[in-house]
Design a protein around this ligand. Sequence first.
Ligand code: F7E
Length: 308
Amino acid sequence: MRPASVFTSERIDHLFNDPEILNKRLFLYWGDLTDSSNLNRILEKVNPDEIYNLAAQSHVKVSFDIPEYTAEVDALGTIRFLDAIREVGLKPKFYQASTSELYGKVAEIPQDENTPFYPRSPYAVAKLYAYWIVVNYREAYNLFASNGILFNHESPRRGKTFVTRKIVRSAINIKRGIEDKLLIGNLNAKRDWGYAPEYVDAMWRILQQDVAEDFVIATGETHTVREFCDLSFKEVGYEIIWDGEGENEKGFDKTSGKLLVEVSPQYFRPTEVDLLIGNPKKAKEKLGWEPKVKFEELVKIMMDAELK
Ligand code: F7E
């Protein structure tokens, strides 16, 4: 856990507050990827079999505002971790949270493990370093270290500033009369959105292999942010009629004419990733992994959870 003066355990409170789990099956340590000495200490103390490095400044838009910090954590944090493993002399299996953002301005459609990278944000550039340092440590020191190149994966636990959760929350708040309208960025961006629990299962499978390799984890479907709005608002009884283009696009409720969605350039990124769609063929063949939850069901899961 990152040391902080406020509570940040919201997403694990159900585990944290269970006396059968906390300090029996779940042990927490303070730590931060910007601090090598504590990484060494934790590693020596825990001597883990498997490490999942999911720690990051993971917001793409935010990375344009804090690029140096993003590199510090996402790029150098990964080498700190790998080097701590080497220094302590342990041989845990290491999973690196690589990302479809590496493909950025995509060189081919769909993207797979052989598609060249073209990162389009400080976040993606930092993750590019992390990707290659994992490959390098695997080859140089024979570490079991693998990259999972995961496409967007969502769930009710998604942070509130990422687009899926933001849309879902707004649709419900507007319906309940506690929010006026949804202000959104690029409606045309296309993403391959999957269901996070299934992606965690894939991460685990990646580390159960005999040989460390890199894998694309994706659904193989792509949808626009606009479609995500359509389906979410439909769940609470709105049918959106879109009008205008680009910065001037707006979405109105078909029945009442109420303004529901308005584009606001403050959410545009200096460089955007327009289209992501992954090909999870290798994961299917080697990991026996296949996504079950597709786009429509994902929206429903998130809306149901938020309504509760
Ligand atoms: O944006 C567009 C935005 O912030 C998705 C991270 O987990 O997945 C995530 O990165 C799309 C982009 O996720 C708003 O421009 C429009 O095209 O939900 P997002 P992301 O940037 O795709 C990858 C795999 C990661 O590795 C990352 O760590 O939606 N968009 N309007 C918006 N995005 C946001 N956040 N807010 C808007 O109002």
